[in-house]
Design a binder for this molecule. Sequence first.
Ligand SMILES: Nc1ncnc2c1ncn2[C@@H]1O[C@H](COP(=O)(O)OP(=O)(O)OP(=O)(O)O)[C@@H](O)[C@H]1O
Length: 313
Amino acid sequence: MSGLTREGGTPADQATGDHLLAVTDLSFAYGDSQPVLTGVTLRLRGGQVLGVLGRNGAGKSTLINAILDIVPGRRAGEVVLGQEGTGGDTRRHVGVAGQRISLYKKLTVAENLTHAARLVLPRGRVAAATERAIEDFGLAKVARTPVHRLSGGWERLSHIAASFVHAPRLRFLDEPTSALDFETRTRLVALMARWRQDGDAMIVTSHYPEDIEETCTHVAVVSGGTVVGVGPLRDLLGGYHSELLMRVGGEDGPLTLRAPAPGTVGQAAETLARWAREGHAASAVESVRLTSRNLREIISLDPELRGSVGEND
Ligand SMILES: Nc1ncnc2c1ncn2[C@@H]1O[C@H](COP(=O)(O)OP(=O)(O)OP(=O)(O)O)[C@@H](O)[C@H]1O
């Protein structure tokens, strides 16, 4: 597969050991059953966002739960959470927005945020953290609404806000965009970009390559009980060439001219001008097209990655 390695992380990551998350040879099994995951090795430093793709039941949620050791089962391997200057209480620097909503239904959104903040923050910082979460997540209009009266999207957004009310440096998001409408998804994507720029690290699971492409710096594919590939998103996208294509008619039949995708309009114009100088007259041009591959197309082209997303995902 292009651009991904089986070892995990970038070579530079492996050289230092200064990470917010270091997972080495992690295996996990529920009860006495066969392991759901084996041999998972990952490294994440601040500013890195790892997107985990995989079919239903591939083990994406289990990967998060096993890293955090929050489900009963047989777990082997090594997990180091929260190095890189976080110091002190590791759990204070970790936040998990799980797939299942964990809010008190009878409490309002603001009360849930306050409750979540009290669990991790000193008393003096609870009110400010609550207000900040309401502001950041755009929850003002539902802040006084009991959770049982929220729509699915507002409930999911409130759940994520409560999970991260303590502004952790290492954030886990299990299918965060499910049930979100366009506006709330856009808000979450923008927030994730801000957290990344602030130097937080994240693991994000999704069925949607578009989510991963928009929010992540790295991609891991879970398939067949392990992580089959992990590496920088740009390597994966760059491994499949985009091209400038020009189709021209001619006496000997149509001809397609190809050049690597230009980075700017000026470069595109230069290529077209060169082709014109080489005798491909503008009058004979039938079409000019810029091909670019997105993550969904790349996955569908790669036999090993193809299994990671469903046909209709
Ligand atoms: N608590 C549990 N006890 C036993 N088996 C479980 C448990 N939770 C998950 N599994 C099994 O582990 C496997 C991986 O499940 P997991 O929920 O991690 O997959 P996933 O990739 O997150 O799926 P989805 O995309 O549907 O959320 C599945 O076969 C599932 O049935």
